[in-house]
Design a protein around this ligand. Structure first.
Ligand code: FAD
Length: 386
């Protein structure tokens, strides 16, 4: 996986080895037979893709993301057979609960809206929640279950897709930071910080929170900032809670999600984000946020009142100003495609993103609607504002 000084040629260069890059490289090779080189600045799957909570969640998304999320869910279901590796995907359900009747109405409306898009949600009253799970505080008034969702292990997912792409013939080159891209008539030459040169007709830019550095070379930097979602994990408790659970609320400080892993530990996140310094490649946990998360955990499940915290962490994620990803072809430069800006929700849909981007780059179109994610929307909004 070392960089090379000779000019390496392939059909597609994938820039960035998070889950968007590794899944796209995998599908470009295995479904479309394209030759692929993936260039990763550090180690594959080390940034947002390896530090996230691991929710495989479809409900609660913007409706334009549901077809993509459904496609991703289909891949999660086949992931062991596709990769020959276990990503610890457990489809034991994703449950959203709420504290107010106004929010219960939001859950009901969402369930109605997503049904025609192929996502079936089961609604629960407070009493039904208590009968089924028996862990919630009396403040919880309603819930919505997406029975076929769940979670997977983010630490192993990106490297597993990269290994499978390599086994299928892709080149995966780590410690290869892309610093410059030259365009000529028939394609692109990409230069890395260690002196490597790579050539291809097509480029896929999926550098996560750092993608604007490359997009700006094509005049397409988007309004996006780096933030650090805050995570924590407790000591193990007796294993009792199956679904991945989140609070549905418009109040950011009240937001919380958690899941219990088989060993018994409670992994949690949600609420205010911490500082993420993209240039320093560093995201901090703010102790105040952790204390608030623990208060919200106790508010939701009183039995967690005295649980001991054993570790906290954060990661660097790119949030666009409309919290909608950028996916699709460049509007300025034929041959360039983008997949970045997943705004805290990209892990769940990553195998769908990879499959869609591979299809788009190999065939020129994709059967999953992605127009709403076009990079052009930012220029159009600017024009409208002017
Ligand atoms: C703490 C946390 C919790 C989250 N929880 C969830 C969750 O539960 N569910 C969910 O769906 N989503 C979640 N997310 C969001 C999800 O992790 C991201 O949306 C997703 O991983 C983004 O993948 P990516 O490939 O776009 O970016 P990344 O994983 O950041 O990968 C981008 C890669 O590009 C590389 N790179 C950057 N610049 C260059 C360059 N110039 N040259 C070469 N390589 C470069 C980086 O080193 C990095 O490896 C969470 C995110 C965080 C941070």
């Amino acid at each position: 996986m070392n960089d090379s000084r000779v000019l390496t040629r392939s059909d597609v260069l994938v820039l960035g080895g998070g889950l968007m890059g590794t899944t796209a490289a995998f599908f470009l090779r295995t479904q479309h037979g394209r030759s692929v080189t993936l260039l990763e600045r550090e180690l594959v799957g080390r940034q947002a893709s390896g530090t996230n909570f691991g929710n495989v969640r479809r409900q609660g998304r913007d409706l334009v993301q549901i077809p993509l999320a459904n496609r991703a869910r289909a891949v999660w279901g086949r992931v062991r057979e596709l990769l020959g590796e276990d990503l610890e995907f457990v489809p034991y359900g994703h449950l959203r609960v709420c504290y107010t009747h106004e929010q219960a109405a939001v859950l009901e409306r969402h369930a109605r809206d997503v049904k025609p898009l192929g996502l079936d949600l089961e609604l629960f009253s407070a009493e039904q929640l208590r009968r089924r799970w028996g862990i919630f505080s009396p403040g919880v008034v309603a819930g919505s279950l997406s029975a076929r969702d769940g979670h997977a292990n983010p630490r192993i997912a990106g490297p597993a897709f990269a290994r499978a792409a390599q086994r299928a013939g892709a080149q995966v080159i780590e410690h290869a930071e892309v610093v410059h891209v030259e365009r000529d008539g028939s394609g692109f030459t990409v230069h890395t910080a260690v002196g490597g040169r790579y050539r291809a007709e097509q480029l896929l830019v999926c550098c996560g929170a750092w993608s604007n550095r490359i997009a700006s070379l094509f005049g397409e930097a988007v309004p996006m900032e780096a933030r650090g979602p805050q995570m924590g994990v407790t000591e193990p408790l007796p294993y009792a809670v199956a679904p991945s659970i989140g609070v549905s609320t418009p109040i950011e400080t009240e937001s919380l999600y958690f899941r219990q892993i088989r060993r018994g530990n409670i992994v949690f996140g949600g609420g205010l984000k911490g500082p993420a310094l993209a240039d320093e490649i560093c995201a901090y946990v703010k102790p105040d946020n952790t204390l608030r998360q623990l208060r919200e955990l106790r508010r939701l499940v009183p039995a967690f009142a005295n649980v001991q915290l054993i570790r906290v962490w954060s990661g660097i994620e790119g949030y666009t100003d409309d919290w909608t990803p950028v996916m699709g072809p460049s509007a300025t430069t034929p041959g360039v495609c983008y997949a970045f800006g997943f705004s805290g929700e990209g892990f769940a849909i990553s195998p769908g993103v990879g499959e869609v981007m591979a299809e788009l780059m190999a065939r020129g179109s994709t059967s999953t609607p992605i127009d709403a994610f076009s990079v052009q929307r930012f220029a159009a909004k600017k024009l409208q504002a002017a």
